[in-house]
Design a protein around this ligand. Structure first.
Ligand SMILES: Cc1cc2nc3c(=O)[nH]c(=O)nc-3n(C[C@H](O)[C@H](O)[C@H](O)COP(=O)(O)OP(=O)(O)OC[C@H]3O[C@@H](n4cnc5c(N)ncnc54)[C@H](O)[C@@H]3O)c2cc1C
Length: 428
């Protein structure tokens, strides 16, 4: 793909997605098109044949499963064109469908494949069409040699409290360069990524309104990986600190450009309402997709538990014939389907430019995360002692699910966002 092709794809996708016109034309429907069904089946096949069989190994190794990423790139599931195609779907449902199927295969490997999309969402959401065309393809590398990208917002003292970010960006007028300094924490793909997107403060007095997003190009001096984090779950996905020590990037790496930043800072200094904040905007649009990942993990655990309950005989009958087990499975299915409806609604709203007036994005992620933790825990219970061992996959699924209560806004923060949206009050 040439830069021009990439640029026109980005422009088409951006132009087509936004605005109230879409709202009137495209109603919400859960009836999938043939195209959506075909893609779902295709991703499911990859998850079943390639991801699932590799899951336990990469979980134990706690390493990025490059061969699996390469396979995904080879079949066209990992790459810029694939993401553009999923995004281009006007209903907005393709992204959650793809994510649910992939994470049904495995959470850790799923994140190693989809972790790049958070950086891509930041570039796409905040960059100019030219910046998207330049950087997004580089996030993925090539089919033969795929790369990953990282989105670095969190810091040791700035997790939920995004406004507390200390990483600074200073503009060096003489050289037309931005100079980044600070420490980022828990960055998915941090340090191993080709492209890093870094949220930094250009004016600390303005809190989150003084933040901007920067692309740190491959091979930039002054960016180094810090400690790799050893985790409870999603262990096939690399998470690490990132250190920025006088890291210089060209002026053109400021996403959205200088003029837009200056306008935004001027509005903030005059005390006018902000249209968006760099990190928050990225999280808001990605929440339904993240919810779909949690759903994929949970659905896998539910399906495994259902089959197990039909096979496992105690007291002379399959355990599923006991209401205690069958009703639990019924509730698991009920919660999964309810969460999916919230995810699909939010994805449709996001794609069609409909404002999340009641924090529908947060609702979808909150519900899916909590459902995933509960469903995977119940799956372990249904498997009894086997559920607690690493010989059976539900133990890993439960470990993988827990992060969905925590990252991209904890459950408490999602409730805060929803409470503020519905009340219009400054709930603390
Ligand atoms: C595996 C993994 C991958 C990650 N990937 C990325 C990434 O790619 N990029 C990135 O930037 N970050 C990433 N993160 C960081 C993640 O987004 C943060 O961990 C998360 O936002 C929570 O921040 P924290 O850990 O500092 O918790 P804290 O903010 O310290 O919260 C601790 C507890 O206090 C609660 N709490 C905090 N404030 C309030 C409040 N006002 N009201 C009620 N309760 C409150 C929280 O809900 C939580 O229960 C990742 C983290 C992990 C573990």
């Amino acid at each position: 793909m040439t830069a021009n092709d990439a640029e026109s794809l980005v422009a088409n996708a951006a132009g087509d997605g936004a605005g109230a016109a879409g709202e009137a034309e495209r109603g919400f429907s859960v009836a999938l098109t043939q195209d959506q069904k075909d893609i779902r089946e295709w991703v499911h096949g990859f998850a079943e044949r390639t991801v699932r069989p590799a899951a336990a190994e990469w979980d134990e190794r706690e390493e990025t499963p490059w061969p699996v990423i390469q396979e995904a790139a080879k079949i066209g599931l990992y790459g810029y064109e694939a993401l553009a195609q999923f995004w281009y779907d006007e209903s907005g449902l393709m992204m959650p469908i793809v994510n649910e199927e992939l994470f049904w295969g495995d959470g850790g490997i799923g994140m190693s494949i989809m972790g790049t999309s958070l950086a891509v969402a930041a570039i796409f959401g905040q960059g100019t069409p030219e910046q998207s065309a330049e950087w997004i393809p580089q996030c993925f590398g090539s089919e033969e040699a795929p790369d990953v990208a990282a989105f670095c917002s969190s810091e040791p003292d700035a997790g939920s409290d995004v406004a507390a970010i200390r990483t600074s960006a200073r503009y060096d007028e003489a050289k037309d360069e931005w100079v980044l300094n600070g420490q980022k924490a828990w960055a998915t793909n941090g340090g191993i990524a080709k492209v890093h997107v870094v949220i930094a403060s250009v004016d600390r007095e303005l809190g989150a309104r003084g933040h901007a997003a920067f692309v740190v190009p491959p091979g930039s001096d002054g960016l180094e990986q810090g400690a790799k984090v050893r985790k409870h779950g999603l262990r096939a996905s690399h998470t690490a600190d990132v250190h920025l020590d006088d890291c210089r990037v060209p002026g053109s790496c400021l996403l959205g450009g200088r003029e837009r930043l200056d306008e935004r800072l001027a509005r903030a200094r005059e005390g006018k309402r902000a249209k968006s904040q760099a990190a928050m905007q990225t999280f808001e649009t990605s929440r339904p997709t993240v919810g779909a990942q949690a759903l994929g993990i949970a659905r896998a655990a539910y399906e495994y538990a259902l089959e197990y309950a039909k096979q496992r005989v105690q007291f002379g009958r399959p355990i599923v014939e006991n209401q205690a087990i069958a009703f639990t499975l019924a509730n698991m299915k009920l919660e999964l389907d309810a969460a999916r409806l919230l995810v699909w609604r939010a994805a449709w709203m996001g794609r069609n430019g409909i404002a999340f007036e009641n924090a529908e994005g947060s609702m979808s992620k909150l519900k899916s995360g909590e459902v995933a933790v509960w469903v995977t825990e119940r799956a372990m219970q249904i498997l009894g002692g086997n559920g607690y061992t690493r010989e059976y996959p539900v133990e890993r699924m439960h470990r993988d699910a827990k992060i969905y209560d925590i990252f991209e806004g904890t459950a408490e923060i999602q409730r805060l966002v929803i409470a503020r949206a519905i009340s219009g009050m400054q709930i603390r």
